[in-house]
Design a protein around this ligand. Structure first.
Ligand SMILES: Cc1cc2nc3c(=O)[nH]c(=O)nc-3n(C[C@H](O)[C@H](O)[C@H](O)COP(=O)(O)O)c2cc1C
Length: 308
């Protein structure tokens, strides 16, 4: 499928959220109507060392397509080698992380992720190297800038074009903002007007109607939804689930987690559980019990009680 056709087919992407948007959650999002999905960020250094845990993060099911695998790293050569390895898994595209604000990744401006926005020449070399090493389309996920002191996106967009990027996702915050304040959709619109490739807008979408509105107002080719989809994959269809439907979805999700991770999946499910029950009346009473339960039977038992 070409980039244009998969973007045109469904304009609501699921955002990558480390620790959440693994294969089970991506499948659930797709079931409820999400368009393209992207893996959590994956270290290019760990990929080229073929670390077992990292290679497991690249796994996906056919029903997740179209799927992008997201890589981060500072070295153009390592990013290229990692892209070649990731391509063996045949994702629909490879995404380059140019937005992560965490100290571990961006190293206060000296590392990868969002820090690379300060070095457009390196952005160009990374994109060029990834493009050379894969037959797959290559995209990048950027933030609108490093901080408010300087408008740097025109140089970054130029570097992405020169490197051969196929599409660009823009999170409308600066790296310095981390997750505070708001995403600036007027700058996302400016970037859309400047870019010669499709642009996906991202940041603070809270509902289906909000997604439709932001898609229209920004002129973007698609929008991407992250945090608001956690515990609420129905956002992609604009559907409000009943309590029974939420409980059924939690049960299915838990089964998928155990299937994917083994018994460890029960503990990994806890953060999703908290999100799912957030919107259920009186759920705070069972919350504590749910997040300390370590057997599927106990969790199912508590969930069944919630229906009474
Ligand atoms: C806990 C957390 C983890 C994230 N992990 C990633 C990631 O691995 N890669 C990435 O490009 N963005 C990551 N993001 C950023 C989201 O993809 C998205 O750009 C951001 O949350 C804004 O969109 P939203 O308001 O719809 O959540 C993460 C965000 C959060 C809150």
């Amino acid at each position: 499928m070409s980039i244009d056709s998969f973007i045109r087919k469904n304009r609501f992407f699921l955002a990558p959220i480390a620790g959440f948007t693994d294969s089970p959650f991506r499948r659930i999002a797709r079931k409820h109507g999400a368009g393209p999905v992207i893996s959590e960020l994956i270290s290019s250094e760990a990929v080229i060392r073929r670390k077992e845990k990292t290679l497991k993060m690249i796994r996906f099911h056919e029903e997740e397509r179209p799927i992008g695998i997201q890589l981060f790293g500072r070295s153009p050569q390592v990013m290229g080698e990692a892209a070649a390895i990731v391509s063996e898994y045949s994702p629909d595209f490879i995404d380059i992380n140019l937005g992560c604000p965490s100290r571990k990744v961006s190293k206060g401006g000296m590392g990868a992720g969002g820090a690379l926005l300060l070095d457009p020449e390196r952005v160009f070399r990374i994109v060029e190297s990834v493009v050379k090493n894969t037959e797959r389309p290559v995209s990048a996920k950027i933030r609108r800038g490093w901080d408010n002191s300087k408008k740097i996106y025109p140089q970054v967009i130029r570097a992405l074009h020169q490197g051969g990027i196929s599409f660009i996702t823009v999170h409308g915050r600066t790296v310095a903002q981390k997750y505070s304040g708001f995403a600036d959709w007027s700058i996302i619109k400016e970037i859309k007007e400047l870019a010669e490739v499709p642009v996906i807008g991202n940041g603070d979408i809270i509902s289906y109607n909000d997604a439709v509105k932001k898609l229209k107002e920004s002129g973007c080719d698609a929008v991407m939804i992250g945090r608001a989809a956690l515990g609420n994959p129905w956002i992609f269809a604009g559907y409000k689930p009943t309590v029974q439907e939420i409980i059924e979805q939690i049960k299915e999700h838990l089964e998928m987690m155990i299937d994917f991770y083994g018994e460890k999946g029960i503990v990994l499910m806890r953060k999703h559980l908290v999100k799912y029950i957030h919107g259920i009346k009186n759920a705070s009473k069972v919350r504590q019990k749910l997040v300390v339960s370590d057997s599927k039977e106990d969790i199912f038992g508590i969930l069944n009680m919630m229906l009474k």
